[in-house]
Design a protein around this ligand. Structure first.
Ligand code: 13P
Length: 253
């Protein structure tokens, strides 16, 4: 029997959350401390404006805090951007790079995503690299070729199981309430695992592969039970402690 890595359930708050949302984060932290996530690790990636406060709030607990993006450069004339080193400086553990919303809203290419992931790893962060197909690509039967190409082009040089997480997020499942079947997720994750082994050899075998897209308490156990699914990247359902801790129940017991 192969030993699987410790699963990760990461919440992506996207462009949501004000200081008034911090009690929700505190409730998530308290749930983590009470063992709600069982053998899984929990992380929340708040908007950049809340990262510092979130790190303070999570201090001394097992709740990790992440950023939602970083620049590929360490510093310089890049108005509005945040570097991986700046996030690390705050006490952040993870950073999401290449989310489909950034690939769309900011025309980010896989080459840029790769540079960001490499910057994250160099800064001492764990990069969560997102891949996923559009609805049209799935209908055209291109899912595996699309995510395979994204993997190849976004994979950071020198990544290890300890520094890289891959999140498979079918774009059509994000925020829609739609999810692929467990069988479809299994097919993509088996493909991603083989690709990760090709790209990272033994380290690729240990890289955590998350599923993301409309994960909620009612479907978490089924999706998290799929082979080679090592956790979840959660959007909407990570905004409340009730739902996020409800998802954690998939890992209890
Ligand atoms: P939802 O869980 O809201 O579908 O969002 C998924 C996502 O994009 C997480 O990064």
């Amino acid at each position: 029997m192969t030993i699987r890595p410790r699963p990760l359930v990461a919440g992506n708050w996207k462009m949501n959350g004000l200081k008034a949302s911090l009690p929700e984060l505190a409730a998530i932290r308290d749930g983590v401390m009470a063992g709600a996530f069982g053998r899984a690790e929990a992380a929340i990636c708040p908007p950049a404006t809340l990262v510092s406060l979130a790190v303070e709030l999570a201090q001394g607990s097992e709740l990790a805090i992440g950023g939602q993006d970083c620049h590929a450069k360490v510093s310089g004339a890049h108005t509005g951007d945040v570097s991986a080193q700046m996030l690390k400086d705050l006490g952040v553990t993870y950073v999401i790079v290449g989310h489909s919303e950034r690939r769309t809203d900011h025309s980010e290419s896989s080459a840029q995503v790769r540079a960001k992931a490499e910057a994250a790893i160099t800064a001492g962060l764990i990069a969560i690299v997102c891949v996923g197909e559009s609805e049209a690509q799935r209908r055209a039967g291109e899912t595996l070729s699309v995510v395979g190409q994204q993997m190849d082009e976004s994979w950071p040089a020198g990544a290890t199981a300890a520094t890289l997480v891959i999140a498979y997020e079918p774009i059509w499942a994000i925020g829609t309430g739609l999810t692929p079947t467990a069988q479809d997720v299994a097919e993509v994750h088996a493909f991603l695992r083989a690709r990760a082994v090709k790209l990272g050899a033994v380290e690729g075998a240990g890289v955590r592969l998350l599923y993301g897209g409309s994960v909620k308490p009612s479907n978490a156990a089924e999706l998290m039970g799929v082979p080679d699914v090592d956790g979840a990247l959660v959007g909407g359902a990570s905004l409340t402690a009730k739902d996020f801790l409800g998802i954690a129940a998939a890992y209890k017991g």
